[in-house]
Ligand binder design. Structure first.
Ligand code: PLP
Length: 419
């Protein structure tokens, strides 16, 4: 059967597909034989699940709430009470000058990126073609195949700062970053998946100024960010203004299955997204909005993120890093300073095999990671660094993560001929 160009674009060998397939395969077989350090599944935070379980029971016991949960289509902008409550909370807690008209819900934030990227990049009516600029590579694998036209992204290599204790940090290379008339929007994930980097307040302010200067939006992917789920282990100020599109998600709080994305933007943009929601799916699902409404209205979502979610992941990160320091002794390893999210980004400089080959060898040993080469949408030139890094998720059981890291260390030693 022949598929259209659109069909081909969305059925090609996408990195995100292989990642989600790996996850699905492991889930189907019970995941017994695999150490899952590949995907972006959040960990289980028992106190958070208890809270949600109670909330769900209360909803089920109340016929009116239960009907809201399952019995009615929401407007294409998303569940109205949730949207209004969130706008009020963001105004009160963060001082953002916005109202319900600045918010649109989507079925997961991944869907929002598909809509936003194709809203601002691709072919325009005047015959011009625009791209999405990712100012800092490596960047989220899930963006790579979202464009429905080709040649969709442009990205810039980072400045690499080598730090003490085998750490390093990427910075935006503002000397190389050029925004021309062919750029439709700038997008950055903060914290960044895959590296755990947190773009500094100063870098974000500079990107914001650049975007304003060129009259294009700055999209900030806040899937792991502040003030919720707050998987940030240093300082980061949450900012929004009329020129920014800030994308939140309920997934990393512990609700990836409810598929709720939250977009904060100027009304012109939220209306466009609501229109796309209506065309593609009539309305976004109500489940996440009804379930989380109380947490959002009370502001508890912020308190829970700070008190439960952040320490949960920070401890996991510290434990994983300690294992890396122990197991990788004698190997030329580096890890990106883990400032947020749930990943260690390991760099093996001058490794004799590629990161993809390492991924294959690890899979055969029962450890799933993600090869780093997938995370460079928009980087065209040859760059050895692309094939020298892997992403290892530390959100799951600590003992499994430790065993997985030990196996990774064994395979890396073999690759360098150190064993
Ligand atoms: N953005 C980043 C950086 C992510 O890591 C993910 C998921 O892993 C998403 C967006 C999409 O998340 P969701 O569609 O579950 O909201």
């Amino acid at each position: 059967m022949k598929f259209s160009e659109f069909g081909q674009q969305l059925t090609c060998n996408a990195g995100i597909l292989s990642l989600m397939d790996d996850l699905g395969e492991a889930k189907a077989t019970g995941g017994d034989n695999m150490i899952m350090m590949g995907g972006g599944n959040p960990g289980v935070v028992p106190e958070f699940q208890d809270l949600l379980r109670k909330r769900l029971r209360d909803i089920c016991d109340d016929p009116c709430q239960f009907h809201r949960l399952i019995g009615a289509y929401d407007p294409p902008q998303g569940e109205s009470a949730f949207v209004a409550g969130l706008a009020r909370m963001l105004r009160q807690e963060l001082g953002w000058q916005l109202g319900p008209e600045n918010i649109c819900l989507t079925n997961g934030s991944q869907t929002a990126f598909f809509m936003l990227f194709n809203l601002f990049a691709g072919r325009y009516g005047d015959g011009t073609k625009k791209k999405i600029c990712l100012p800092l590579a490596p960047e989220y694998i899930g963006y790579a195949d979202l464009g429905i036209t080709d040649d969709f992204f442009v990205s810039t290599r980072p400045v690499i700062e080598k730090l003490e204790d085998n750490l390093f940090k990427y910075h935006v290379d503002f000397d190389k970053l050029s925004i021309g008339p062919d750029i439709g929007a700038i997008c950055v994930s903060r914290p960044t998946n895959p590296t755990g980097n947190v773009v500094t307040d100063e870098e974000l302010a500079r990107l914001d100024n650049l975007a304003k200067k060129h009259s294009i939006p700055l999209i900030v992917d806040n899937a792991y960010g502040v003030p919720f789920p707050s998987m940030v282990y240093g300082e980061a100020t949450p900012i929004w203004n009329e020129n920014m599109v800030v994308c939140f998600s309920l997934s990393k709080l512990g609700l990836p299955a409810v598929r709720t994305g939250i977009i904060v933007a100027r009304p012109e943009i939220t209306r466009a997204l609501a229109s796309m929601n209506a065309i593609m799916s009539l309305s976004p699902g109500s489940f996440g909005a009804v379930l989380a409404e109380g947490l959002v209205k009370s502001g508890d979502i912020i308190e829970i993120s700070r008190r439960l979610i952040r320490p949960f992941y920070q401890q996991k990160m510290e434990r994983a890093l300690a294992v890396v320091r122990r197991e990788f002794a004698g190997v030329p390893w580096r890890v990106h300073k883990p400032e947020g999210a749930m990943f260690l980004w390991l760099w093996f400089e001058e490794m004799p095999i590629t990161s993809h080959e390492l991924y294959e060898r690890l899979k055969r040993r029962g450890v799933l990671v993600v090869s780093g080469h997938y995370f460079y949408p928009g980087i065209q030139d040859e760059w050895r660094h692309r094939d020298e890094c892997i992403r290892a998720t530390y959100s799951q059981n600590d003992d499994d993560v430790a065993r997985g890291l030990a196996i990774i260390a064994e395979e890396v030693k073999k690759a360098y001929g150190l064993e």
